[in-house]
Design a protein around this ligand. Structure first.
Ligand code: NAD
Length: 318
C-alpha cells in the first residue's frame, strides 16, 4: 500500500523515526503540504496520514484509491468524516497519548506566573544581580500556591492529572464537570460553575471545545471571579473570549494568564493578548515532549497495522 504523510514535521521534526510506517507500506513523508497540493500529493495512495492538514469532501472524491485516513492527533475536525464514511474510508485518531505532559505544562504555566523563573534568570545574566544593592531582588509578586484554591473546568484525564499535582502543592482542588466521575471525586470536590468562579484563586481549563464551552471565559463570567484570579488554558483557545480577557488583565481583575493555545493558531499579530500585561503565551507545545510524540507515533502505527489486519481500532467514523 502507498502511504502519504502530508504534514509530519511537528510530530517528528527529526528526533523520532517513521520506520513503523515504512515497514507497513511504501511511504512518502512531507513536512508540510499547502492546501493546493493536497490532492496531487495523495495521488494514487491508499492511505493518508495527517496532523492538521484538512481532508475535505473534494479531496476524498478526487482520490478514489483512498481507503484509510490516519490522524496524528486526538481531534479530527480537519477530516470530513461523513464524506469519508460515504466512500467506506476508515478514519482513525489517537484517543490519548499526552495526559501527563499536558497536565505538567498546565502546572509549568502556573509556576511561571507565580515565580517568573525565566525573567529572573534573564535578569541575572543581564548583570542586575551583580549590581544590585541588596542580596536578592524580584520584579513580580512571588506567589505561594499552598492553601490557595484551584478550580478545574473539565475534570477528565488531564484535569485529574493537573488536580493531583495541585494537591501535592498544597492547593485545595475544586472542579466543575458536566459528568461527575468517581475517579474525579477522589481528586476534587465537584461544585457548580458559579461556585467555581466565586471560590477559585486559579482557574484551569481542561474541558473540550464544545458549543457549551466556547467562550466560557467571558466578560460576564470574569465578573463572577475573585479579584486577582489567575487563568490557565492549555486546552483550546476558543474557550476564552480574548478581547474580554485582555480587558480584565489590563484592569487587574484577572492578575495573570498562562496560555498555550489561542483562538487562531499560529497566533495573529492583532491578537489583543499580545499587548496586555501579565499574560504568558506559549506556541501550543503542551503535547510535544518527545515521550508523548513517541507514544502518539506508536499508536498511529498500531492503528494502521490493525486496519491492514482487518480489525481497525480507534475508528471515529464507524
Ligand atoms: P477528557 O475527555 O478525558 O476530559 C474532558 C472532560 O471535560 C470530561 O470529564 C468531560 O466530562 C468534561 N466536559 C465536557 N463538557 C464539559 C462542559 N460543558 N463543562 C465542563 N466540563 C465538560 O479529555 P482530556 O484527555 O482530559 O483532554 C482535555 C482537553 O485537553 C482536550 O479536549 C483538548 O482540547 C486539550 N488538549 C490540549 C493539548 C495541548 O497540546 N495543548 C493536548 C491534548 C489535549
Amino acid at each position: 500500500m502507498k502511504i502519504v504523510i502530508l504534514d509530519g514535521y511537528t510530530e517528528n521534526p527529526g528526533d523520532l523515526s517513521w520506520d513503523g510506517f515504512e515497514k507497513l507500506g511504501e511511504l512518502t513523508v512531507y513536512d508540510r503540504t499547502p492546501i493546493e497540493k493536497i490532492i496531487e500529493r495523495i495521488g494514487k495512495a491508499e492511505a493518508v496520514i495527517v496532523n492538521k492538514t484538512p481532508i475535505n469532501k473534494v479531496t476524498i472524491e478526487a482520490c478514489p484509491n483512498l481507503q484509510y485516513i490516519g490522524v496524528l492527533a486526538t481531534g479530527y475536525n480537519v477530516i470530513d468524516v461523513s464524506a469519508a464514511k460515504a466512500k467506506k474510508i476508515v478514519v482513525c485518531n489517537i484517543p490519548t497519548y499526552g495526559t501527563a505532559a499536558v497536565a505538567q505544562f498546565a502546572i509549568a504555566l502556573l509556576l511561571e506566573v507565580c515565580h517568573h523563573v525565566a525573567h529572573h534568570s534573564q535578569a541575572v545574566y543581564e548583570g542586575r544581580w551583580e549590581n544590585n544593592a541588596d542580596w536578592c531582588f524580584w520584579d513580580y509578586p512571588l506567589i505561594e500556591l499552598s492553601g490557595k484554591t484551584m478550580g478545574i473546568i473539565g475534570l477528565g484525564r488531564i484535569g485529574q492529572a493537573t488536580g493531583r499535582v495541585a494537591k501535592a502543592l498544597g492547593m485545595k482542588v475544586i472542579a466543575y464537570d458536566e459528568y461527575a466521575s468517581n475517579a474525579g471525586a477522589m481528586i476534587a470536590e465537584y461544585v457548580s460553575l458559579e461556585e467555581l468562579f466565586a471560590q477559585s484563586d486559579v482557574i484551569c481549563l481542561h474541558c473540550p471545545l464544545l458549543p457549551s464551552t466556547e467562550g466560557i471565559i467571558n466578560k460576564v463570567n470574569i465578573a463572577k471571579m475573585k479579584d486577582g484570579v489567575i487563568i490557565i488554558n492549555n486546552s483550546r483557545g476558543q474557550l476564552i473570549n480574548e478581547a474580554d480577557l485582555a480587558e480584565a488583565l489590563n484592569s487587574g481583575k484577572v492578575y495573570a494568564a498562562g496560555l498555550d493555545v489561542v483562538s487562531t493558531e499560529p497566533i495573529q499579530g492583532n491578537n489583543p493578548l499580545l499587548k496586555v500585561r501579565n499574560c504568558i503565551i506559549t506556541p501550543h507545545i503542551s503535547w510535544a515532549p518527545k515521550e508523548s510524540r513517541k507514544r502518539l507515533m506508536d499508536i498511529a502505527v498500531d492503528n494502521f497495522a490493525a486496519f491492514l489486519g482487518g480489525n481497525p481500532i480507534n475508528v471515529v467514523n464507524k
